[in-house]
Write a protein that binds this ligand. Structure first.
Ligand SMILES: *[C@@H]1O[C@H](CO)[C@@H](O)[C@H](O)[C@H]1NC(C)=O
Ligand SMILES: *[C@@H]1O[C@H](CO)[C@@H](O)[C@H](O)[C@H]1NC(C)=O
Ligand SMILES: *[C@@H]1O[C@H](CO)[C@@H](O)[C@H](O)[C@H]1NC(C)=O
Ligand SMILES: *[C@@H]1O[C@H](CO)[C@@H](O)[C@H](O)[C@H]1NC(C)=O
Ligand SMILES: CC(=O)N[C@H]1CO[C@H](CO)[C@@H](O)[C@@H]1O
Length: 575
């Protein structure tokens, strides 16, 4: 759930090695150097594996395989250019090493992308080579030493510091910055630009020259002249002179949906095609530039605020789309306030980006879903890092007070519990990891232990072969869920009512199995951690059904004018 790790792992391209250096969150702990080294190592092993496997799949030379990888990458964000540059730098070493049958672990250690610190264990993804590790590595080092290629690799832990690449890094950074025109993404809340936390994250702004027009507000003057709430309904019915907004929406109790979530809520996803040599083609990387500018989240497809039809072929819709279907006056009224790495403890740092005016706006449904980071950490001993029930209690009360002073009266807040993440290990540990499928040599158990060894796992507690630890993590998650449940049952707030729902992955798994699926198919294959799109949509479905049954007032009534709205306004201008 921590973004830099994720971004690095996402990169069957060298270019992205540098990205973590500016995508890092503010975690300034002392181990952050090791953390960053860990990412570099993961990225190196992934990239070298992909090159090696492309050569195997196409029965080609290492050189041809590097060329092939670069040729698949899009031009955008200088991905292709950088790829060619990087093979220029590292290609000669890679060719020699891979031609002497060194595997990705050995290659990355000999190029010093991976380092074994004194007193630390040796971290490797693949099973250790048959001959002893030390002589093999020594042999590899000799090969690299004799190599005519640049001496840069000695300090390659941050590729951006290579003189050669510094300029490119700069250009990529500014390219990313410049793709957010006009508006400052931090101060401004709605946007007409899809990524960099634009409308993939919140309802699209409908009038850029009017700051007072935004999704979710109560209409100004019944939107006779313009669409002040961006729901696509405005103007006057020429037949009777009644404003459409009044005719169709008055008394329909419009409401928005706001998610306070973590990377699961934002729908974190690394496409397995980016690292599966056997399926790799030009098409594989089309979505990469967009994904990178969204911090590898796909909120437009997420379970809560997603608005695109799912590509997974599943018919369930996001909660936003359901609310919109129920009452077309809710069109565009969604906000994700989700962050990779978010937890109850750091939510206060970004909850201010929630945008709701108590006096001017419609009520909102706020879903609080911090489903992992309170018990997940990458540390060797994750237990002391976990949020305690006491700490959770006080930070949730703070959050709720904040919400009470920002949400319009009549809002609803729903607290999600934490899942029991033991399903990860139980369903994945003996399955092959994407990089291990070709040669049947790397399972998720290997992958997890590689991440734990490097201390970059998004959730050491659950992604671990240590059963005691997995159980401890689940126990803490259960205590935290219990705390949330207790708060929901006992606390009252003036501007919203408060509910609790379990994060019941078991139910979702059962539903999926009823449809003929397997539990492992609900987990993101590359990170082996996040619920995938299907899981998120099934969860949204469970959520919707529970709420409809127990607290129908949260969802509001079906708007009888929906067919007329469709007739007059069509698709209401997109989301
Ligand atoms: C792979 O390529 C080599 C040399 O081009 C050739 O001798 C060999 O038969 C090929 N193997 C397969 C499985 O195609
Ligand atoms: C956008 O807002 C401006 C300023 O309020 C207004 O003059 C204009 O008509 C609006 N445009 C549309 C398309 O509603
Ligand atoms: C909020 O609305 C409820 C009715 O929905 C009303 O009883 C209550 O007085 C309102 N509270 C405030 C602070 O306006
Ligand atoms: C397993 O985890 C527990 C709890 O963190 C720890 O006390 C124990 O030493 C671990 N066992 C091994 C073999 O690492
Ligand atoms: C929490 C969070 O990241 N919210 C973002 C949602 O999107 C807006 C812009 O569209 C950002 O400014 C927020 O930071």
């Amino acid at each position: 759930m921590k973004s830099p790790w994720n971004i690095c792992l996402a990169t069957p391209l060298f270019l992205l090695l540098p990205i973590h250096t500016w995508a890092s969150p503010a975690s300034e702990d002392q181990a952050s150097a090791r953390y960053s080294n860990g990412h570099t190592c993961v990225a190196c092993v992934v990239v070298v594996s992909v090159i090696e496997q492309l050569a195997q799949v196409h029965n080609s030379t290492v050189e041809a395989s590097m060329e092939r990888l670069c040729s698949y990458l899009p031009e955008k964000l200088f991905l292709k250019t950088t790829c060619y540059l990087v093979i220029e730098i590292f290609g000669p070493d890679l060719i020699k090493l891979l031609n002497t049958d060194m595997n990705a672990d050995v290659v990355c250690h000999s190029l010093e992308f991976c380092k074994q610190d004194p007193g630390q264990p040796l971290c490797h993804l693949y099973p250790l080579p048959k001959e002893a590790w030390k002589p093999t590595l020594e042999k590899a080092r000799q090969i690299v030493k004799k190599s005519p290629s640049l001496k840069h690799s000695r300090s390659s832990s941050d590729i951006c510091s290579l003189p050669f690449l510094a300029r490119i890094c700069q250009r990529i950074k500014s390219a990313i910055k410049n793709s957010v025109p006009f508006k400052d993404v931090d101060s401004d809340k709605y946007s007409v630009f899809p990524t960099l936390r634009g409308y993939h994250w919140r309802g699209r702004d409908c009038n850029d020259s009017n700051k007072m027009a935004y999704p979710g507000r109560r209409p100004v003057n019944w939107d006779i002249h313009e669409d002040s709430n961006c729901n696509g309904i405005w103007g006057v019915d020429p037949k009777d002179g009644i404003p459409y907004e009044k005719k169709f929406c008055e008394g329909s109790q419009p409401r928005g949906i706001i998610l306070l979530g973590d990377s699961a809520g934002a729908h974190f996803h690394i496409s397995p095609e980016w690292l599966t040599a056997s399926q790799m083609s030009l098409k594989s990387f089309i979505s990469l530039p967009t994904a990178l500018t969204n911090e590898l989240n796909w909120p437009q497809l997420s379970g809560t605020t997603g608005f695109l039809d799912s590509i997974s072929g599943i018919k369930e819709n996001s909660i936003y789309l359901r609310l919109r279907k129920r009452n077309h006056c809710n069109h565009r009224d969604y906000q994700n306030i989700s962050r990779n790495g978010a937890s109850s403890q750091n939510l206060k740092k970004f909850i201010e980006s929630l945008s709701r005016n108590q006096l001017l706006d419609h009520p909102a449904i706020v879903i609080y879903a911090m489903i992992g980071n309170d018990v997940c950490s990458r540390k060797v001993d994750p237990v002391p890092e976990m949020t305690t029930p006491e700490k959770l209690y006080s930070s949730i009360m703070q959050t709720l007070k904040y919400l009470n002073s920002h949400l319009p009266n009549g809002s609803h807040v729903i607290l999600y519990g934490l899942p029991d993440g033991r399903f990860l290990w139980d369903n994945l540990h003996d399955r092959y990891y994407p990089l291990g499928q070709l040669n049947k040599d790397v399972t998720y158990a290997h992958f997890y232990s590689f991440l734990n060894c490097l201390q970059v796992s998004p959730c050491h507690g659950w992604m671990s072969s240590n059963k005691t630890l997995r159980t401890l993590t689940s126990e803490r998650a259960k205590q935290l869920s219990h705390t949330l449940k207790k708060i929901a049952a006992s606390k009252k707030f003036t501007n919203f009512d408060l509910f609790y729902v379990d994060f019941d992955f078991q139910e979702v798994t059962e539903e999926w199995q009823k449809r003929g699926g397997q539990p492992w198919q609900l987990i993101e294959p590359v990170d082996g951690f996040h619920p995938n799109e299907v899981a998120l949509l099934l969860l949204a479905d469970r959520f919707w059904k529970k709420v409809q049954l127990q607290w129908p007032q949260v969802l509001g009534k079906e708007n009888p004018f929906n067919p007329q709205i469709e007739q007059v306004f069509g698709d209401q201008g997109g989301h």
